[in-house]
Design a protein around this ligand. Structure first.
Ligand code: BT5
Length: 235
């Protein structure tokens, strides 16, 4: 029997401002609890980096997850990327790509990022989507829905879509692992065919495999597989 999955989003805490929504998630709450902020004074990216967004313009949300022990928890940021891409595609009617491991790309610009942090046997998943920022409110090379499509979106509508897609993609992953969401991942690979460099390995990205690893062709038919890392790529 399939377990019944309630849509994520309850209980919900809304705050006007905080350091980071990641820090406000109470890990004793049930799976699917969320924290939403209008502004973060110290929004977090991966590897100690920061996430910048002006008040009231971006979607900034953290979701509490309790992945089963048999799943590979680091895959959650890929699953989240798939859900963000699903939601943006449904709202915008435009193709969205995923840049391994955790960036969501629209028209070749980073429009959203995902961050999965392990805490107290749970995973706190943070998602930031650039929604209504103007050009001068974004870091270089980033884009927002507004700058890339000239459309303003209601952040609450986008959150509702995102929670729907995250609930269903996460349920599929929980049952079947990354294979079960691969249809949303493999075909959206932004790096495929691009010249990349990761952890000192340079070559041409060939695919994100079914275990969530990036495959890089390094020449002479040799392929190197990378589990994690920071990718630089030729535009
Ligand atoms: C990420 O990290 O892409 C994960 C971002 C997660 C943010 C959410 S917001 C809600 C929740 N609460 C938090 O505190 N965090 C999560 P990373 O791949 O490390 O990307 C960070 C890098 O992207 C920075 O070093 C900048 O270069 C760039 N960056 C910063 N703000 C950005 C923005 N708004 N849009 C695009 N790129 C940005």
């Amino acid at each position: 029997m399939q377990p019944v999955t309630e849509r994520f989003g309850e209980p919900r805490l809304d705050v006007e401002s905080c350091e980071s929504t990641q820090l406000l998630v109470d890990t004793s709450l049930p799976e699917g609890a969320i924290v939403v902020a209008d502004h973060q004074s110290a929004g977090r990216g991966r590897l100690g980096r920061t996430w910048e967004a002006p008040a009231g313009k971006a979607l900034l949300v953290s979701v509490l997850l309790r992945p089963p022990a048999e799943r590979n928890a680091p895959e959650i940021s890929l699953v989240a990327g798939v859900a963000v891409a699903d939601a943006l595609e449904r709202m915008l009617g435009l193709a969205v790509q995923l840049k391994w491991p955790n960036d969501v790309m629209l028209r070749r610009r980073k429009v959203a990022g995902c961050l999965a942090e392990a805490r107290d046997a749970t995973v706190v998943l943070g998602i930031g989507v650039n929604v209504n920022q103007t050009r001068d409110e974004l870091p270089p090379n980033a884009g927002s829905v507004l700058t890339l499509t000239a459309r303003e979106l209601d952040r609450e509508d986008l959150l509702a879509m995102l929670l729907d897609d995250l609930t269903s993609r996460y349920a599929a992953w929980r049952e079947g692992g990354l294979d079960a969401v691969y249809d949303g991942l493999g075909p959206r690979d932004f790096l495929r065919g691009r010249r990349v460099s990761v952890n000192g390995t340079s070559g041409v990205a060939t695919m994100v495999d079914r275990h969530g690893r990036l495959e890089i062709a390094v020449g002479h038919g040799e392929v190197v597989t990378v589990d994690s890392g920071e990718v630089s790529y030729d535009r």
